[in-house]
Design a protein around this ligand. Structure first.
Ligand code: BDR
Ligand code: CA
Length: 312
């Protein structure tokens, strides 16, 4: 199985991504780190701990807190309603969640890379603040990673925060740029594919009727899908971050374009825009951008893996 660490900002789709990863025998989850994004770091931390409890993850699984805002800008928390109050659609932890591990995500991520050179995949599904700071502070860590799989950006379609920019890249554009230009192999799972892989409301409703954590996950997805339907009129919802996890466990779900890429940091209208250069075949090609997705296979995978939590 593929060793991974997951840097996230739960967030409903982050929560589903964690549940999917922890139910995937194709992956060996070596730990989880948090970064501010969808909600404040305090809320993200509480949510991440709660999700690991829901998943029945081992008590010893590292859970490490990270940066409370972007690397070069003032923190600004998302002011849109998709993730609901507190970030998990109003779901409030009943019991005190598990404690965090010692240390800081920026150092912990580097330690995990360096202890297993060439092995580790870093799945980053929030703003890239921790990842960029880690690469900058620990120059040996980037080359030790197998790859970074990022949920972020919109190379061929419109953004979701502005016409040009997707949330994770818009939240910390300098960090996103640093990661994409770092020379570490990066695979980008952006809105290009996450919006083409909508999870049906009806499937979420069926999951919500199941017992245990499967029902909780289904309820989260159902409410997420209902909020999306109210805004966009479609009875299905993108589960962005879970698709990034699936890109690691089931690489055949996605089709890729190879090139180089950067992120606009100073544009008046285009801050946070992903700019992919797919033109020149002779350049060093370090960034892959997902362009196509098998939406039905992804929905089936997610349904199957979440339904597996019905016993817990
Ligand atoms: C990304 O933004 C966040 O709201 C989601 O969790 C996902 O990581 C989608 O643009
Ligand atoms: Ca996220």
């Amino acid at each position: 199985s593929t060793p991974v660490v997951i840097d996230c900002d739960p967030g409903v789709d982050d929560a589903v991504a964690l549940l999917l990863a922890l139910a995937s025998p194709e992956l060996e989850v070596r730990g989880v780190s948090t970064v501010a994004g969808n909600v404040s770091l305090a809320d993200v931390d509480r949510n991440a701990a709660h999700v690991l409890d829901l998943a029945g993850a081992p008590a010893g699984l590292p859970l490490v807190s990270g940066l409370a805002g972007p690397i070069a800008r003032a923190a600004r928390i998302r002011d849109e309603p998709m993730h609901g109050a507190g970030g998990l659609g109003g779901l409030v932890p009943q019991a005190p969640p598990r404690p965090f591990s010692a240390g800081h995500a920026v150092d912990w991520l580097a330690e995990r890379a360096l202890e297993a050179p060439g092995e580790l995949t870093l799945v980053a599904v929030g703003p890239l603040s921790n990842v960029a700071a880690m690469l900058a502070r620990h120059p040996q860590a980037g080359p030790a990673l197998r790859e970074i799989v990022v949920m972020g950006g919109a190379a061929f379609v419109q953004g979701n925060v502005t016409p040009a920019a997707e949330f994770n890249f818009h939240a910390d554009p300098e960090a996103a740029r640093y990661v994409l230009e770092s020379g570490v192999p990066v695979r980008v799972v952006g809105l290009d594919v996450t919006r083409a892989a909508l999870f049906p409301l009806a499937s979420a409703e069926r999951l919500a009727a199941l017992p245990g954590t499967a029902g909780v996950a289904g309820g989260l997805l159902r409410d997420f899908a209902l909020r999306y339907r109210d805004r966009f009129g479609v009875p299905a919802v993108p589960v962005h971050d879970a698709l990034a996890v699936a890109a690691v466990s089931h690489p055949g779900l996605l089709g890729w374009e190879e090139g180089t890429a950067s992120v606009e940091c100073s544009g008046e209208l285009t801050r946070g825009a992903l700019v992919a250069d797919l033109r020149t075949p002779d350049r060093e090609r370090r960034v892959s951008i997902a362009r196509t997705v098998d939406a039905d296979a992804f929905a089936a995978l997610l349904t199957d893996r979440l339904a597996g939590y019905a016993g817990g």
